[in-house]
Design a protein around this ligand. Sequence first.
Ligand code: GAL
Length: 432
Amino acid sequence: MKRPSILLILLSVFLLGSEALAQRPRPTADLPKWEGVCETPQMGWSSWNKFMTDINEDIIKENADALVSLGLADVGYVYVNVDDGWHGERDENGFVTENPEKFPSGMKELGAYIHSKGLKFGIYSDAGDFTCNGCTGSRGHEYQDALIYAMWEVDYLKYDWCHTANLDAKGAYTLMRNAIRKAGRPMVFSICEWGTSKPWEWAADVGHSWRTTHDIGPAFLPVPVSYTAQGRRNWKPQSVMEIIEQNAPLREYAGPGHWNDPDMLEIGNVITVDGITYSMTPSEERAHFTMWCMMAAPLILGNDLRDISEETLAILKNRELIAVDQDPLGIQGLRLRKEGDLQYWFKPLVDGDWAFCILNAGEKPVKVALDWSALEVDDSLSGRKTDFAGTTYIGRDLWNSKARPISTARKNVKVTVPSHDVAVYRLTPVKH
Ligand code: GAL
């Protein structure tokens, strides 16, 4: 028998020795994301837009109570998401704990309370060493964190991207996806890296939604100057119109279980900074809500539900628009055309229906004479086409159910779209 060469022996000793010495845990094989937990865009409430890090268990519980008592849970808003500011330190074994002053009863208890109301429990962390507001991040503790969340019976994780120097986004989010799956409890995984690494190109099998823009603020048009918002210097929030511009071209990437996320809703939210109050008018809020529904966006409320006006509540509870957002086809709407301040949008819906919306970003109301032949849609993404030439569609006004329906059989239907507002219809083909 040929004797092994001295070189081979030395190499084997080196390899075995280094393996034994290093004792490195082997990377776990990739695991799939949880399927079937987010077939339509997620709906719920989050603490961030209104409270930022100024949260505690009473605020969360009272907003959960309000979701139920106001009837918001009945129309689909079921997630109660605790955003940044809940973390305490890690314990001696590296497991994350909650901030004991803000959450004295503990997260498990909070989750149990939320579940007792028939709602679902969401939590927030960050792929880096710290969250965006300096709390404990998950870097290096992903499996431990996912395990703790599962023990707390968490149903939803929003995972942020601050303090992530030298991390690769796809790698970091895939690691957390694996950890969540390994922990054994189905959770929605909401990717929040603001569109920086184009997650729509890689995240369909990593998360259930991905943010496509930086943070929203309660502003319809761009905010002219950076302002200092509740401790954030030079924070320039994105306005509704800027976000629509960034999210519109990404429609081909969205679908059941993997959604574009143009950020949470600012409806009913008011922020005062340096004596200036930022909020939206009822028209702007209607337009914001409508466009999020047209874009099949997650609908996560961002206001204080304990102090809500009838008008805001009515906007948030518009069942017919929620049905547009939650349509089972899961197709993000398309912008057919822009004409000055006007935009024409269509969204294919089940049973041959379409949502049709005219958005007016301008300062003046506009009277439009609809020429249906110029509005035919041939959507290669969904394979759906309108047939205004051969079929009559009846359009129901989704903000005014008492309004007379419009009909595509009539030439030059006249519609007035108020400033910073929408006219939106559900078009249903008349079957003969
Ligand atoms: C941002 C994120 C916000 C909020 C905040 C918390 O990165 O986009 O939605 O979660 O962090 O600090």
